[in-house]
Each structure stands twice: as C-alpha cells, then as structure tokens.
Design a protein around this ligand. Structure first.
Ligand SMILES: Nc1nc2c(c(=O)[nH]1)N(C=O)[C@@H](CNc1ccc(C(=O)N[C@@H](CCC(=O)O)C(=O)O)cc1)CN2
Ligand SMILES: Nc1nc2c(ncn2[C@@H]2O[C@H](COP(=O)(O)OP(=O)(O)OP(=O)(O)O)[C@@H](O)[C@H]2O)c(=O)[nH]1
Length: 453
C-alpha cells in the first residue's frame, strides 16, 4: 500500500478533563513530534515527559507525555505518536492548531484510525464493529458482547465457515478440470451433505430472535392503552425506581417518549405512546398510528388497563394483547382488583403476565420491573454461542444461505453451476469480515465511528 498521509485527532472526549490524548498516525508522526519538542531522543513504547512548543513562535503549549509506537507495532500498524496533554480547552486547542499548521498532517476523519488498523490487517471488519460497539456500550452486557466480538468471536465463526466452503470449492474445481471417470457420483454429490450441514448451522445462528440486535440497541418495551390509562405515570414510576437511567430521550417526538434503563446490566428501552381509542381526531389518529407501529416492532408490550374501569376495556386495547404482552391494571389505588380476573373474563387471551400497579402508592411497581427484567434478560442472555449483532451480517448470511440452497439443486445438474454457487456463498461470508473487496462498504461502516477512533 502506498504511504498514507499522517492524520491526527483528539482521541479523548470533548470538554475539560485532567488529561487529554491527541493521537497521530502515519509516516510523518515522529517528525511531527520532533517539530513540537525539538527532540529526537524518543524510544518506541516509552512515555517521555517533554515540553511542547509552537515551532513558529516558540510559545509554550504544555508539559506533556509523548508516547511513540514504531510501525507495525501500533494500534493502526503505522507509526503512531500519542500526546498525553493537560485536558483543558486552551491546551488542547493550542496543540491542535499547531498540528493544523503542519502541512504534512491532516485531521483524521471519524473512524479513520480504526480503518487504518483494518487496512493494515490488525483486525477484521467484525472486530472493528465490535470496537465501535464497545465505545458506545452503556451497560455491562453490551460491554461483554462488544469485547467478545472484538476478540474475534464472529471472525472465527464466519472465517471457519468460509474456509470450509473454499476447500469444497477447491475439490469441485479440481473435478471440473480433471473429471474422475471412476467416480460417477461426482464431487458435487459428495459435497451435498456438507453443504446441508453448513446451511443448517447458518440457519441456527440466524434463528436467534434478534437477540444481538436487542442487546446492541436496547430491548424495546412499549407502554400502550387507552387515553388516561396512566401510561405516562407508569413510565415515570418505572424509571424513578431503583434502576440506572442510561439516558433520557424526552420530547424527541410529541407522541412517543423514551427512556433507557439498565436492568441488571441489560439495556431496556421503555416507550410511552399516545392513548389508543376509536373516533380520534386527525392529529390524535396520527399519534395512535405511530403507537401501533411501535407496538408492532416492540419486544414487549405493557398493556395498561385502568383498574377502576374494569371490566370495561375497548376492543382496540384487547386486540393488542398477545404472547409478547403483559397486562398491567393501572391506578390500583382506585380499585382493588385481583389480576386473576383477567383470565376469567378473557380466557382466550394469553398475556405473559397480569399485574396491578399504582403510580401513586407505588404498589406493584418493583414487582412489575422484576418481571420485565426476567422476561427481557431471558431473551438477551449471553451464553457460549457467538451472537449475531448487525443487520449487515444477517443480510449477508441470508444471501449465503440462498446460494447454498441453490447448490443443492444445481449439484445434480451441472458441476460448473454448482461450483459457482459455492463461490458466491463464500463471497458472502468474506464480505462480512472484509476479506473480499468491500470498498464501498467501508465508508458507511467507519463513518459511524467517533473522531479520534
Ligand atoms: N493510550 C491509549 N490507550 C488505549 C488505546 C490507545 O490507542 N492508546 N487503545 C486503543 O484502542 C486501547 C488499547 N488498544 C490497543 C491495541 C493495540 C495496541 C498496539 O500497540 N498494538 C501493537 C502491539 C501489540 C502488543 O504489544 O502486544 C500491535 O498490534 O502490533 C495499542 C493499544 C485502549 N487504551
Ligand atoms: N390515583 C391515581 N391516579 C393516577 C395513577 N396513574 C395516573 N393517574 C392519573 O391519571 C391521569 C392520567 O395519567 P397519565 O399518566 O397522564 O395517563 P396516560 O395514559 O399517559 O394519558 P394519555 O397520554 O392522555 O394517553 C392523571 O391525572 C394522573 O395523575 C395512579 O396510579 N393512581
């Protein structure tokens, strides 16, 4: 690869901090360090305390630690220099604008350090994506999942499958070039059971209830019910309980308010929606449409029914209740209701749980949270098996399966066609890890990163 331009960026977060880290990567990193310090006596992987100065006017910028890494033994695989400076605004601005004046350097784009690490073979695409997930991880389970992926859990799985296909392909191609008259069955026939096994392994990996995506993005729980059922009050009561609030996304839309909670290390997102009723006005109808839309995508629905209005429940509300729903009798302080009444009145409906709560007295709130936690954690739990985390991977795996299924048909017909199916299937797996040419993908994947990473 031709020598890349040297890039730099503030790799630590914005805002005042004790220490900030500016990272440089590329062939002119060491030269830039000499320009800043006037010194040549740095040793790779040894931190050296030095004075940073603006080379133009010799003005003093900081007392810093410089930490150089000699290629290829660095994060990016290039020459890297880290400047560990004081984390105040004037210091970081001063050092960054001095670097800015240096014509052999340019500012790094988001994810560009990691992109270089990928291009220099330090990691594959799934590991780079894992690294990005790690930086964005908000809960312990998200961190665990990201670290696993960074350690190559998906790389090993997908590369293993790809290697199996490549070796089958080698046999198929050898058979096309030098057909063996003594083997009427043909190599394609011999490959058939192996392809079938692989196909079912892939399907097993895909058949995961989107666990990985729920873990990455949060397990979504939509609170639904009639107007004034007490949905907003319930969400507040749930959020104010003894759980960590990861972030508040209030007021993004007028109709749906979200709050992200950390339940036992697992990310859970509650969404409050517009009250559902018949004969609503135009604006309200739009809100209801969105609520129903959210309900469809949700991992779990909390259907709120006012205890003091029981057994009066609208058809719209009842229709929402399925095997991904909890029924929550709200405002229990207004009427004492036995949850079992629900099954007596609606024996054909099968909600997972029926509970009662009061957002005023807090009755039932921690019990409901516990049930929600148990239900959501059960669906996200991390076990030994590698977990699929991205739509990008899912699409490529589905495409891979369709090539393998086509092989099953073409194997009886034509060895050349059969080999092509295997080649295409292997390419799909290679596109996930980045082994095959995926140039157009890289911009999309790495632009999702932070600056300085
Ligand atoms: N100061 C600092 N802290 C950091 C990072 C960093 O870049 N700088 N990291 C950035 O993400 C993470 C650590 N990850 C790193 C990964 C590889 C290498 C590295 O130098 N790799 C070389 C040598 C490997 C070795 O010594 O075993 C290599 O791969 O050849 C450095 C940091 C978290 N903490
Ligand atoms: N006594 C009592 N009142 C409650 C309780 N929960 C909510 N309320 C009251 O019921 C009314 C409606 O509560 P909200 O939480 O706004 O209901 P909502 O379902 O979000 O209403 P919409 O957004 O209009 O659909 C408010 O006056 C609340 O104070 C409760 O547990 N007990």
């Amino acid at each position: 690869m031709t020598a890349q331009k040297t890039i730099y960026a503030l790799s630590s977060g914005a805002g005042t901090a004790g220490v900030a880290v500016i990272r440089l990567s590329g062939p002119d990193s060491f030269e830039a360090l000499t320009t800043l310090t006037g010194r040549h006596d740095f040793e790779p992987r040894v931190a050296t305390l030095c004075k940073l100065k603006d080379p133009d006017d010799r003005s003093h910028l900081d007392h810093a630690l410089a930490l150089p890494f000699k290629e290829p033994y660095s994060f990016t695989g290039e020459d890297v220099v880290e400047l560990h400076i004081h984390g105040g605004r004037a210091v970081t601005e001063g050092v960054l604008s001095t670097l800015h004046k240096n014509k052999s350097l340019r500012m790094a784009e988001p994810g560009e350090f990691t992109r270089r690490a990928f291009e220099n073979g330090k990691m594959d695409l799934t590991e780079a994506e894992g690294l990005n997930d790690l930086i964005h991880a908000q809960t312990a389970a998200q961190r665990q999942l990201a670290l696993r992926q960074m350690d190559g859990a998906l790389r090993h799985l997908y590369e293993g499958w790809r290697r199996d296909l490549v070796s089958l392909l080698a046999h198929l191609e050898a058979d096309i070039d030098f057909p063996d008259e003594d083997l009427p069955e043909g190599v394609a026939e011999a490959a058939r059971p192996k392809i079938r096994t692989l196909c079912s392994d892939l399907k097993g990996h895909l058949d995961d209830n989107n666990k990985g995506q729920a873990l990455r993005n949060g397990f979504t729980i939509v609170i639904l019910g009639a107007p004034n059922a007490g949905k907003s009050s319930l969400m507040n009561a749930l959020a104010q309980s003894d759980v960590a609030i990861v972030s508040d996304e209030a007021g993004t839309t007028r109709d749906a308010i979200e709050v992200n909670l950390d339940l036992g290390g697992y990310p859970v997102r509650f969404i409050d929606t517009a009250g559902i009723r018949e004969n609503a006005g135009k604006v309200e109808s739009e809100g209801i449409k969105r609520a129903l839309n959210k309900a469809e995508q949700a991992h779990l629905k909390l259907i709120t029914i006012r205890a003091d209005e029981w057994p009066d429940v609208s058809r719209e509300t009842l229709e929402l209740i399925d095997d991904r729903s909890f029924v929550v009798f709200s405002q229990s302080d207004k009427a004492d209701l036995d949850p079992a009444m629900f099954h007596v009145k609606h024996p054909s409906l099968r909600p997972v749980e029926v509970t009662t709560t009061s957002s005023v007295t807090q009755q039932g709130i921690s019990d409901l949270l516990e049930k929600v936690e148990r239900y959501s954690v059960a669906q996200m739990e991390i076990n030994e098996a590698p977990i699929l985390t991205r739509m990008r991977h899912r699409t490529a795996l589905e495409e891979c399966i369709s090539h393998l299924e086509r092989f099953d048909q073409s194997a009886t017909l034509d060895a050349v066609l059969a080999a092509e199916d295997v080649r295409m299937a292997a390419r799909c797996l290679g596109s996930i890890t980045g082994l095959i040419d995926v140039e157009e993908l890289l911009d999309v994947i790495f632009s999702d990163f932070c600056i300085g990473k």
